[in-house]
Design a protein around this ligand. Structure first.
Ligand code: PBG
Length: 335
């Protein structure tokens, strides 16, 4: 007869013991809730591809932010969906743009809420790309186009500046142009905004998991795809170079996105650099859970908490998730 030397089950006998040896905890202080803001009035319209998430007009947005504050969510990440788009994404850096107005309003009505803004052109460009398009005239026919890195930098920096000037507490560039962190940092510093942190979407993969978001934001590229600027999902080494570059240029928080299929990257970034790491539990990851839950195939609460815990266990300090509000409620119930 063989008897085990180590009885690991000893510390699993009851909940008191299990809690005592528990290594990872979820805390509401670590959640960021993404929010979509649209133009108009009295709009709170559920997003088909993201059940439980909404398009909010400014008035309704404030109510939602108040609710989030009440359950302890410390921060929101704003995405703007303008009525009008153009080739150069003017709405992104318009001082009276939808996000700029949303920031001003939230900071006025719910000043305790930390407001983070997604800095990108894709929701504002008619072509749906995250930067400017070179030689656009021929691009639609021939499918030959280039997203112009250096020309886009100025507009990206201008967008970040307009958000910070409106009162944003932090900016989060998601465009994946090279050099954007440096461009934003120096632009903010030159304008006396050296205290505004940058949470960089440093490791952002070209991912099919963004599908539901693009439906929600109307930011699907009208031609081509994002693979010339977002990372190839096969690469891990390259992710570390992205992180190194962003840290050198002045990023304060490093984001990995998506989260679940890239937990190895979260872990590697955390262990190699030991800087604050955020993971973005993206729209496709959320939509899959919601769809299965709506079918009655899974238990939404336990699956969600297990998923979020796994992201923390991998090394993420911060989790950006559409589950934030529900998870905060569940954590409160259990406390
Ligand atoms: C904008 C942006 C995207 C997401 C966050 N910022 C879309 C994209 O890159 O196509 C995706 C978020 C999600 O899927 O939840 N560049």
């Amino acid at each position: 007869m063989y008897f085990p030397v180590s009885r690991l089950r000893r510390t699993r006998q009851n909940e008191k013991l299990r809690k005592m040896v528990r290594e990872t905890y979820l805390q509401v202080d670590k959640f960021i809730s993404p929010l979509f803001v649209v133009e108009g009035n009295k709009i709170k319209k559920e997003i088909t591809t993201l059940p439980g998430q909404y398009h909010f007009s400014l008035d309704m947005l404030v109510r939602e932010v108040e609710d989030l504050k009440k359950i302890g969510i410390p921060a929101v990440l704003l995405f703007g969906i303008p009525d009008k788009k153009d080739e150069i994404g003017s709405g992104a850096y318009d001082n009276k743009g939808i996000v700029q107005e949303a920031v001003r309003l939230i900071k006025k009505k719910v000043p305790e809420m930390m407001v983070i803004t997604d800095v990108c052109l894709c929701e504002y460009t008619s072509h749906g790309h995250c930067g400017l398009i070179k030689s656009q005239a021929t691009s639609h026919k021939s499918q030959v186009y280039e997203v112009d890195n250096d020309a886009s930098l100025e507009l990206i920096a201008k967008t970040a500046l307009s958000h910070a000037e409106a009162g944003a507490d932090m900016v989060a560039p998601s465009d994946m142009m090279d050099g954007r962190i440096g461009a934003i940092r120096s632009t903010l510093d030159d304008s006396g905004l050296s205290n505004i942190p940058i949470m960089s979407y440093s490791v952002k993969y070209a991912s099919a998991f963004y599908g539901p978001f693009r439906e929600a934001a109307g930011s699907t590229p009208q031609f081509g795809d994002r693979r010339s600027y977002q990372m190839d999902s096969s690469n891990a080494q390259e992710a570390l170079r992205e992180v190194m570059q962003d840290l050198d240029e002045g990023a304060d928080i490093i984001m990995v996105k998506p989260a679940l299929s890239y937990l190895d990257i979260v872990k590697k970034v955390k262990s190699d650099f030991d800087v604050p790491v955020a993971a973005y539990n993206v729209s496709g990851e959320y939509a899959m859970v919601k769809a299965a839950a709506m079918k009655g195939w899974i238990d939404e609460k336990s699956i969600t908490l297990e998923i979020l815990t796994s992201i923390r266990r991998a090394g993420a300090d911060i989790i950006i998730t559409y589950h934030a509000k529900d998870a905060a409620k569940w954590l409160k119930e259990e406390a």
